[in-house]
Design a protein around this ligand. Structure first.
Ligand code: OGA
Ligand code: MN
Length: 241
């Protein structure tokens, strides 16, 4: 029998209280930790990692200061709210099919010095030395009512690792096994965390960001506000030359 639990792996994230999420969410995260510990042998997905408080409030502010003027010039885009249309996200010649609602996005290769240091920290943690990375960083701004439906990032263009930092709002990322759709793993992504999807989590599961109405973690509501993710990826073998 295959086990599945609300959990994530290798996470220093839940050892400390997930501050700023509120008492109820903090309690849920604590109970989550014991489930994870008790059932360590049942771990079904490898390669999902969350580092809580990866960036400080000041670093979050600095990233927003650089991004906001660019994002503000764009409008949030809404596909069909009742969802049938798939959109192709195109950035850095990387495209994958995903349905996404209430978003605007940009990509950026030049960052100010302070933000470059933060992004270098992401890269150092997420990618082994020598791995060919996309130098354009993908920035996805989700409206508070926006959400991302289940998808797998383009296997053709993106490599084995997706690493994102989360600004402005906590959220719930859901992973669903492509082979066994009842194998569902929810990850709590606290504001200012870094999440990394590698290997199995990246290839064998779809990922999605839940809409506010569905945004619960261990039965606790995780309010979804406007959320910006800043995502680094590596190149697939095909594209690494
Ligand atoms: C994507 C994606 C997740 C996020 O752009 O492919 O899954 O954290 N983004 O915004
Ligand atoms: Mn994705």
């Amino acid at each position: 029998m295959r086990f599945w639990f609300l959990r994530c792996l290798n996470t220093p994230c839940f050892t400390a209280l997930p501050c700023k999420l509120g008492e109820a969410a903090a309690r849920a995260a604590r109970s989550f930790t014991s489930t994870q510990t008790a059932n360590r042998r049942g771990i079904a997905v490898s390669g999902a990692e969350i580092r809580e408080d990866f960036i400080s409030e000041e670093e979050e502010r600095a990233l927003l200061e650089e991004l906001e003027p660019v994002l503000k010039r764009k409008r949030y885009e809404y596909d069909h709210w009742d969802d049938v249309s798939l959109r192709i996200s195109v950035f850095s010649n990387v495209s994958h099919m995903m349905a996404i609602h209430g978003y605007r996005e940009t990509e950026r290769s030049q960052w100010n010095e302070k933000n470059s240091r933060v992004l270098q920290r992401v890269r150092d943690v997420a990618f082994p030395p020598g791995v060919k990375q996309l130098h354009l960083v993908h920035v996805l701004d989700l409206h508070r009512k926006g959400y991302i439906k289940a998808h797998v990032d383009s296997v053709k263009f993106c490599g084995s690792t997706i690493a994102g930092i989360c600004l402005l709002s906590s959220s719930v990322m859901r992973l669903i096994s492509k082979k066994i759709p009842t194998d569902v793993v929810d990850l709590l992504l606290p504001r200012r965390c870094l999440y990394i999807l590698r290997d199995e989590a990246r290839y064998s599961y779809t990922h999605e960001i839940l809409k506010d109405e569905e945004s619960y973690f261990n039965g606790v509501k995780i309010n979804r506000d406007r959320r910006i993710s800043v995502i680094c990826r590596n190149l697939s073998e095909d594209n690494a030359e």
